[in-house]
Write a protein that binds this ligand. Structure first.
Ligand SMILES: CC(C)(COP(=O)(O)OP(=O)(O)OC[C@H]1O[C@@H](n2cnc3c(N)ncnc32)[C@H](O)[C@@H]1OP(=O)(O)O)[C@@H](O)C(=O)NCCC(=O)NCCS
Length: 390
């Protein structure tokens, strides 16, 4: 897919109107990423997402997000070596993951794993840009190891040692599935990790920044990001989107499902976005991969049903700016690749940790604690009544 050119001046509103959920609020200036919801643009450090999805790798994109430029050959190979060097986590982390009930949501296990990881880093409390950068790189590497181990433990299988010969995405798939992936599957996972790595001031990124702005340690901030990403209105939407798609037997069923949702004013998972009022560019790329992967794995019907749902939702709500978001097609891809549905959100976290870390590091040198206010609409003149008189 040829990368479209994004050109023109970025216009920010001169007068800000605040809506519920802090809609319209501006947190800070950033050079990391830009989302234009009207045009359907997503940019990391000046590079448009189509270009990165086609040509970059997750490691290179993470470097770009963290350090603000595409790495030279030696810089990329040093960065990759560092990521590989950090892959193994202390055995105690795996022991704790094994002791968690298997039925627990893997995002809760991931949150716990990262928390334990922080407890075993003696430099966790050294809050300097240099040390936090190192911890950030460690976290980008080790989140994949922890998520991979969670995927295995959930299936009653032993966690797998990372393979230093494999790139980040291929190794992640290997640690999760226990088999070295073919090149195409590794590429698909890599593209997905690139596409999910950063996305403006979304709930989990904002959460990380708020928590980190108190100058706590980076492990705590990333744990908070994981907690926020877990919810069904954020990262958890991909599980729900796939769940309803799997219940639809054919395209006719898909049409009926959307019509019922519309008439009952029920939200359709994987559609709509606070910022995008045009087609989410990530969904564009993932839609194409979904078609290829599902056909390759003999599940072409799943893509056809998803496509039908998309057409029906756009017919009903397109004018309102409701289109597929990143979560709509990602689930079909992971499912076709044989990945357990509950692992979808941890995959999102394995990617988004790059954006979380990059944004926290950018804010750190000029840190100011986040402290908005709420509009108090309660009473003022109540007087205390002793408990026996109430
Ligand atoms: C992403 C999301 C939370 C954004 O929420 P938001 O900016 O607060 O938007 P709202 O929930 O206020 O929705 C605005 C309007 O669009 C409608 N809408 C939003 N998403 C919709 C969806 N997925 N299906 C149907 N209608 C939807 C709402 O019903 C509302 O309609 P109204 O103005 O007639 O009341 C919301 O679109 C959603 O819940 N989507 C489904 C979950 C999902 O896919 N999340 C992943 C996001 S990447």
């Amino acid at each position: 897919m040829a990368a479209p050119k994004y050109t023109g001046k970025i216009e920010w509103p001169t007068k800000i109107e605040l809506g519920r959920g802090l809609e319209g609020a501006i947190t800070n200036e950033t050079k990391i990423g830009y989302v234009d919801g009207e045009k359907g643009w997503l940019v990391y450090r000046g590079y448009n997402i189509f270009d990165l999805a086609e040509h970059s790798s997750f490691e290179e994109t993470s470097y770009l997000l963290l350090f603000g430029k595409l790495p030279k050959d030696d810089e990329l190979s040093d960065f990759k070596k560092k990521l590989v060097g950090y892959r193994k986590v202390p055995e105690v982390v795996i022991d704790v993951l094994k002791s968690i009930p298997k039925e627990v949501h893997p995002m809760s296990a991931l949150r716990t794993g990262v928390s334990v990881l922080g407890c075993f880093d003696r430099k966790a409390e050294e809050i300097t840009p240099k040390n936090d950068t190192e911890i950030g790189i460690k976290l980008i590497s080790q989140m994949a190891t922890i998520a991979g181990a969670i995927g295995r433990i959930r299936k009653g299988e032993p966690p797998i040692e990372p393979d230093p010969e494999l790139d980040h995405s291929a190794n992640f798939l290997y640690m999760m599935n226990g088999e070295k992936p073919d090149d195409f599957s590794a590429k698909v996972m890599d593209v997905s990790l690139i596409l999910h790595a950063d996305h403006g001031m979304n709930a989990s990124t904002f959460t990380c920044m708020v928590v980190n702005s108190s100058l706590t340690d980076l492990y705590s901030s990333v744990c908070a990001g994981i907690c926020s990403l877990k919810g069904p209105l954020h990262g958890g939407a991909n599980e729900r989107a796939l769940a309803f798609l799997l219940k639809l037997k054919d395209e006719e069923n898909a049409v009926r499902y959307v019509k019922d949702c519309v008439s009952q004013k029920k939200k359709i998972m994987g559609f709509g976005h606070r910022v995008y009022k045009a087609y989410d560019p990530r969904a564009k790329v993932l839609g194409q991969y979904s078609q290829k992967v599902t056909e390759m794995k003999g599940m072409g019907h799943l893509y056809k049903i998803a496509k039908k749902v998309e057409e029906e939702v756009i017919a009903a709500y397109g004018e309102k700016g409701i289109f597929p978001n990143v979560d709509f097609y990602s689930g079909t891809i992971y499912y076709a690749m044989g990945i357990d549905v509950l692992m979808f959100t941890p995959i999102f976290a394995v990617s988004r940790v790059s954006g979380w870390v990059a944004r926290v590091l950018e804010y750190l040198p000029e840190n100011r604690i986040f402290r908005p206010r709420a509009v108090y609409v309660g009473p003022l003149e109540e007087r205390y009544i002793p408990i026996d008189k109430r």
